[in-house]
Design a protein around this ligand. Sequence first.
Ligand code: HEM
Length: 111
Amino acid sequence: MSGGTTLVLPQCAVHRDPRWWDDPETFRPERFASNAGWPEYAYFPFGGGPRHCIGMRFARMEMKTVLATILSEYTFELSSDPDPDLIASTNLKPDEPIRVKLHEHANEAAQ
Ligand code: HEM
């Protein structure tokens, strides 16, 4: 490898590698509730090293806050294909829009 070579690390492959992840295709966010001893770069959504994402802590806090706020008021119901084809670009993304229906929780204060 020579200077100036561009290296692209395939997050989508590493993040689905059964060597590190049990049942990797299953959406199971609770697997991240404890640091179960995976190798340091088995999970690197924010990159790594000296140029790693400067917004990581902000993004994590924002996601938790927004999700907690929305989920306290609404339930999501998937209404598009649950298993869409994926397109590899900067991020791995579905080849069609993900559509969800929002159901507002019953307003307990009004009962
Ligand atoms: C889910 C949200 C986000 C993800 C997944 C993400 C991911 C990444 C990744 C993979 C990199 C490249 C790291 C590397 O080269 O190793 C990066 C860099 C960067 N991100 Fe984020 N990011 C997110 C949110 C944010 C936010 C909210 C901000 C700012 C408020 C931000 C600011 C930056 C900056 C400035 C860099 C460049 C750092 C540098 O080159 O020194 N990111 N991000």
